[in-house]
Design a protein around this ligand. Structure first.
Ligand SMILES: [Zn+2]
Length: 412
């Protein structure tokens, strides 16, 4: 695994800080994750949580007075199990991969993602996430991991209910349901209303959320009516479906940015793997302006949009690029993009009382960028400080103009 500027020895030293002691973080600029900005204040952290914000404390354990401090970012949809094979440099199929290779590659992806500023990820999903999730503990530098384990794709309503129960019994944090074909195949529905009702109905009874892969409007509409939690991708959503999402409070995680650009930039590594054929790439290329149009309409209607990359191989470590796409190409205000990756994302995961904002009682998941992303969204590429649960995992300096993004050995 390639480490960042923080070498492995230094990293272990940083990780040696005990989470239980009181530590303080002085912030020059503080974005709280809910739209407020404070200046020249200090966070007091005990037992891994923020206990108070006290501007009178000027001498802090960590002096970030020249930086912009904010909650650790949350990627509500990233495939940390996906990677490029080290020999072929091609996208790998897990079924062809020895489990030890797959898990080590996933750990590398999770590590790079955290160094990129993401202290929580939601992975929908692969069964092996379970093993990595168990290591979400000190001192291994991994983000908090929520996983659906295996996704649910087909079956009679009764079979689907059984699959949901099994995933939950096996330890799934939430359910991932495929309701339509992929963008490479046009996004038509693959399940009917009864099947989707079955999945989201039983999950709700079990206290679990369901996020639904839906590219086209028909599948998305059924998912909204079934009371599912979130629509993923949704490239072709109509105004009717967006209005329904507002009415039902359904979250929307649009993914025309990093996802599609990453596939296109890495075309030679994906071409002819599964449904990544020439026609599929054509669909994806044409899907970018369509996705941007949908994004504009969703913003205008105030659909609850959260940050998610749907990142696969090639995207890990540069998840924050999705914010650049949303702000620069999608016209989203930078503060809304950051809220989408912090408090809004936490709310969509049902974790708003623990993560996603900076306030007393919240987990001390704190990052800092050298440069304010509200002033220039490109500063999301300059993550110099990462703390999770009160423990510091990254604390570096960057030269002017230097990026903090570190990719795996097969990254771009
Ligand atoms: Zn996905």
């Amino acid at each position: 695994m390639k480490l960042t500027k923080v070498g492995s020895a230094a990293l272990m030293l940083l990780c040696g800080m005990a989470a239980a002691q009181q530590i303080t973080v002085r912030a020059g600029t503080l974005i709280d994750g809910k739209g407020a900005v404070l200046h020249n204040t200090t966070l007091v952290i005990e037992g891994g949580k923020i206990v108070r914000i006290d501007p009178s404390i000027k001498k802090a354990t960590y002096d970030l007075s020249t930086l912009t401090v904010m909650p650790g970012w949350i990627d509500t949809h990233t495939h940390i199990a996906a990677y490029f094979d080290r020999q072929t440099h091609r996208a790998s199929h897990l079924k062809d991969t020895p489990v030890e290779t797959a898990i080590l590659s996933e750990a590398e992806n999770a590590y790079l993602t955290m160094m990129g500023g993401f202290t929580t990820v939601q992975s929908p999903g692969s069964f092996q996430d379970k093993y990595l999730r168990e290591f979400d503990m000190d001192p291994i530098p991994l983000p908090r991991i929520l996983t659906s384990l295996n996704p649910i794709m087909k079956g009679t309503p009764d079979e689907i209910r059984d699959q949901v129960r099994k995933q939950v019994a096996d330890g799934a944090d939430f359910i991932k349901l495929f309701a339509t074909k992929s963008i490479r195949e046009g996004g038509a529905p693959t399940l009917n209303q009864e099947q989707i009702d079955a999945a989201c109905g039983v999950a709700k009874k079990l206290g679990k959320r369901v996020i639904v892969h839906a590219q086209g409007p028909e599948g998305a509409k059924m998912a909204v009516l079934a009371g599912c939690t979130a629509i993923e991708h949704g490239n072709y959503l109509t105004d009717e479906v967006l209005d329904l999402m507002v009415q039902h409070g359904t979250y929307f995680d649009p993914n025309w940015g990093l996802l599609l650009h990453n596939y296109i930039e890495n075309k030679d590594r994906y071409l002819n793997v599964g449904n990544f054929d020439a026609a599929g790439f054509d669909f994806m290329q044409k899907g970018i302006p369509v996705g941007i149009d949908t994004f504009h309409r969703a913003m205008a209607k105030h659909v609850k949009m959260v940050f998610g990359t749907d990142g696969g191989a090639g995207a890990h470590g540069r998840n924050a690029e999705e914010m650049v796409y949303r702000v620069r190409d999608g016209g989203q205000p930078a503060m809304d993009a950051i809220n989408g990756a912090t408090s809004f994302a936490a709310e969509s995961l049902g974790l708003q009382d623990q993560i996603g904002s900076i306030a007393p009682g919240m987990q001390a998941d704190i990052i800092a960028t050298d440069g304010d992303p509200i002033a220039d969204i490109l500063n999301v590429r300059r993550v110099v400080f990462v703390m999770k649960g009160g423990r510091v995992y990254k604390n570096i300096h960057l030269a002017p103009g230097e990026s903090s993004i570190v990719l795996g050995p097969n990254g771009l």
